[in-house]
Design a binder for this molecule. Structure first.
Ligand code: ADE
Length: 278
């Protein structure tokens, strides 16, 4: 994707997960259906202005929550963000807690991922172009700090750092799996954010996730194992906080992200001899 093809329609992308299907407070709103070489994104984009910044909102699972994590077209979602001109993405998602200290309604801003997915397209490379981006630090530290500062401003718990296990789903984990992830020192578990982080990095978009803890998964002796009802109840109780944090984060996002590791990620990634790339 060539930068000069971007439309400059939006600067900041917002991906709303379970519990964040819209973003109140947008002005100059219009919807846009974006097509990509990878197919259709999850939903039409809602473009508008928030805190004086041009934003593009996407409901990750579509309106009415119709798309399974495995069915998500992550490449179309991130490609569409890039084509709109987005340089940073604020992603929001519901997660289970793998540690006592992360309580339902807390927010965690993970800085590491463990990949337990196996049925997803998660690169823009291939088909004759071989590329490997650096991914030791998979989250943009600038955007992550913006989320943490936004949580502080809103007055909610927002822990900066932590390891997110990304599982395939759609079934929740077994107890043996949940205990294994705890033994690895992981903090939270979800089903969607790693592919977004990988593709955003390849697309040179600075990305971080605001993970809302909704449950203790199935490892906790004194809590029932996670159910959808429980996830939805906490999400509803807490979605206003998530919206407030995103709004504050948009306000705090620096205009200049040139220091972000994401912004030059693809520059040194390509192994293929440029003379053979069509
Ligand atoms: N999303 C919310 N809670 C979850 C859990 N316990 N496991 C995986 N994804 C989740």
């Amino acid at each position: 994707f060539r930068r000069e093809h971007a439309l400059a329609q939006a600067e900041i992308g917002i991906i709303g997960g379970s519990g964040l299907y819209n973003m109140p407070g947008l002005t100059d709103v219009h919807e846009e259906k974006i097509s990509t070489p990878f197919g259709d994104p999850s939903e039409t984009f809602v473009l508008g202005t928030l805190e004086g910044r041009k934003v593009a909102f996407l409901a990750r699972h579509g309106k009415g929550h119709r798309i399974l994590p495995t069915e998500l077209n992550f490449r179309a979602n991130i490609y569409a963000m890039k084509s709109l001109g987005v340089t940073s993405i604020l992603s929001v998602s519901a997660v289970g807690s793998l540690k006592e200290e992360h309580k339902p309604t807390d927010f965690v801003i993970p800085d590491q991922f463990i990949d337990r997915t196996f049925a997803r397209e998660s690169t823009f490379f291939g088909e004759g172009v071989v590329g490997h981006v650096a991914f030791g630090d998979p989250v943009c530290p600038i955007v992550a700090k913006v989320f943490a500062d936004a949580c502080a401003e809103v007055g909610v718990v927002g822990k900066l750092g932590g390891t997110y296990v990304c599982m395939e789903g759609p079934q929740f984990s077994t107890k043996a799996e949940s205990k294994l992830y705890r033994s690895w020192g992981a903090d939270i578990i979800g089903m969607t954010n790693l592919q977004e982080a990988k593709l955003a990095r390849e697309a040179e978009i600075s990305y971080a996730t605001l993970a809302m803890v909704t449950d203790y998964d199935c490892w906790h002796e004194s809590h029932d194992a996670v159910t959808v009802d429980q996830v939805i109840a906490v999400m509803h109780q807490n979605s206003e906080n998530a919206q407030k944090v995103v709004k504050a984060a948009v306000k705090l996002m620096p205009a200049d992200l040139s220091a972000s590791p994401a912004q030059t990620a693809a520059k040194f990634a390509i192994m293929t001899d440029r003379s053979v790339i069509p």
